[in-house]
Ligand binder design. Structure first.
Ligand SMILES: [Zn+2]
Length: 328
């Protein structure tokens, strides 16, 4: 569960505060990296492992109740069915890029998301519901437990629904995507972290931009449950580079609206990751605003600018200390 309303008035302040707090962190060298402190259902009470069988999650999308934003936002960036679906897929990709789990989109449905833990054989629907209060999103995995001599020895996630608050008129693409990255973490079995800088932290006042990228604590949780994706470290280098070098930024002029005090405005520096794609033996991301590429093949990182000269800029593993120090 994640609240969004409270975050918005602080979005501009938070962006600069985070930028200042990350580089000089004293706790995040590779040697002294903080242990994941997520209260993961994967290693939670009684150490009962909880995960999707065969590292394969699935979900359907119900397009009902997509919120109409405040009119001032609507003129600029109303949420569409395609836009919502893309935000959900991109948020799922953040997890699949680093951890060995397939979060498969199965298609549209008219079925409503079913809320609540242990709704056995629920329907794994992601969609909008009129939630009460300030909650932006809610995710609940349904878990079938295996018992031996009366004690649970394992738990398999058999479905997980995500409800996003249809009352939330502050939603635009970036805000929705950030909330989804957090909620999908719950849907694959990860609970809240007590590391305030984790995306899986609850109510940490990060703002939408921050939650676009998983942090090392979030990744630590899904690595325990699912293991490492083939290009996990390269994707983490890309995530770090996008937050370190302006050439790899995707900047969107994005409106925001605060329903509490009816303030709307424009945050001109909303950023999002580029999508990782595969081709020619590489995995790579394209950056339209600088017409450049960041790629990886055979354990090396490559850069290609508008001149289309491919440059090997170093080994993935040599980047990792800096990546981890910056908590990516
Ligand atoms: Zn949550």
């Amino acid at each position: 569960m994640k609240t969004l309303f409270k975050l918005l008035p602080f979005a501009l302040l938070a962006a600069s505060a985070i930028a200042q707090s990350l580089p000089d962190s004293s706790v995040a060298t590779s040697a002294s990296a903080p242990k994941p402190r997520w209260v993961s259902t994967s290693v939670g009470v009684n150490k009962i492992p909880v995960k999707w069988a065969n590292n394969h999650a699935q979900w359907y999308f119900n397009p009902a109740n997509i919120p109409l934003p405040h009119p001032e936002i609507r003129q600029l960036e109303a949420l569409t069915q395609d836009g919502v679906l893309t935000a959900m897929k991109e948020a799922a990709a953040q997890w699949m890029q680093v951890c060995n789990i397939n979060i498969e989109y199965k298609g549209l449905t008219n079925a409503a998301p079913i809320r609540g833990d242990d709704v056995i054989d629920g329907n794994s629907v992601w969609g909008f519901t009129y939630l009460q209060g300030m909650t932006s999103g809610f995710a609940a995995p349904a878990i079938r437990r295996t018992y031996e001599q009366g004690l649970p020895i394992a738990g398999t996630i058999v479905s997980a629904s995500i409800e996003v608050n249809a009352n939330d008129r502050a939603f635009e693409y970036t805000a929705l995507r950030g909330v989804m990255v957090h909620e999908i973490g719950h849907a694959i079995g990860i609970s809240h972290s007590d590391m305030t800088w984790a995306v899986m932290a609850e109510n940490a006042f990060h703002g939408s931009d921050y939650d676009q990228w998983l942090r090392s604590d979030d990744i630590g949780a899904c690595l325990v449950a699912y293991g490492e994706a083939p290009y996990s470290k390269a994707n983490r280098v890309f995530n770090w580079a996008e937050n370190t070098y302006p050439v790899f930024r995707n900047t969107y002029k994005t409106p925001f609206f605060n329903d509490v005090n009816s303030v709307y405005g424009f945050t001109t520096f909303h950023n999002r990751p580029s999508t990782t794609v595969q081709g020619d033996g590489f995995i790579f991301r394209h950056y339209p605003q600088s017409d450049s590429y960041l790629g990886s093949m055979d354990g090396s990182i490559y850069y290609m600018g508008p001149d289309r000269v491919l440059q090997n800029v170093g080994k993935v593993l040599d980047f990792m200390p800096a990546v981890i120090a910056a908590r990516f």
